[in-house]
Design a protein around this ligand. Structure first.
Ligand SMILES: Cc1cn([C@H]2C[C@H](O)[C@@H](COP(=O)(O)OP(=O)(O)O[C@H]3O[C@@H](C)C(=O)[C@@H](O)[C@H]3O)O2)c(=O)[nH]c1=O
Length: 179
């Protein structure tokens, strides 16, 4: 397993050791013992899985307060363009975003800590899976508009398939003004 730092402060890129043989391949997406020994997060309480058709964009999401979530994300099938946005005012990478291409060939994972907004665009029909460090709490949901003009996220599509809920999210400026 290789762990490296993303450009965004405290975001980790985790590349599991993949054991291929004539039958296919094997890898450990998560192991609380070995991850704990390496100082990686192990405090996950919920596993989520979604399927998205090519062209679907989910995000940019986070939960607030006591229900804020760290997320360990990966694509189980297909390919997604994942994005993290640093919403921590005291961070050197505040308001910056970073893309991660996640697919079922490399099985690369990303750990996005509390304090970030998260989203992804399905570049292919994709099953997306993630572990969360806090449980789902509808009342704590927050979000930022996927195409906030101030963030300038360089999505490679102009008209992704976005939920009605996500279409009316505030811009980061609007969110910070009301927070
Ligand atoms: C996130 C979530 C949703 N749900 C329900 C609520 C709703 O009826 C249905 C779909 O919810 P959403 O539209 O919010 O699903 P989705 O847009 O896929 O939400 C997810 O987006 C990505 C980008 C994230 O980062 C996640 O944390 C999560 O916010 O699933 C749960 O039961 N548990 C959960 O943990």
């Amino acid at each position: 397993m290789k762990v490296s730092n993303a450009v965004l402060k405290d975001v980790l890129i985790i590349e599991p050791s993949i054991f291929g043989d004539a039958r296919g391949l094997f890898f450990e997406p998560f192991n609380s013992i070995t991850w704990g020994e390496k100082g990686l997060p192990t405090n996950f309480v919920q596993d989520n899985q979604s399927f998205s058709y090519k062209g679907v964009l989910r995000g940019l999401h986070f939960q607030k307060g006591d229900y804020a979530q760290g997320k360990l994300v990966r694509a189980i099938t297909g390919k997604v363009l994942d994005v993290a946005v640093d919403l921590r005012p005291d961070s050197p990478t505040f308001k910056q975003w970073e893309f991660f291409e996640l697919d079922a060939q490399t099985n690369k994972m990303v750990y996005i800590p509390v304090g970030f907004a998260h989203g992804f665009l399905a570049l292919e029909d994709s099953i997306f899976a993630y572990k969360c460090t806090a449980g789902y709490n509808k009342a704590s949901e927050g979000g930022i508009l996927w195409n906030d003009p101030a963030l300038k996220i360089e999505w490679p599509v102009e008209n992704p398939n976005v939920s009605d809920k996500d279409m009316i999210l505030p811009t980061l400026e609007e969110y910070l003004a009301q927070a």
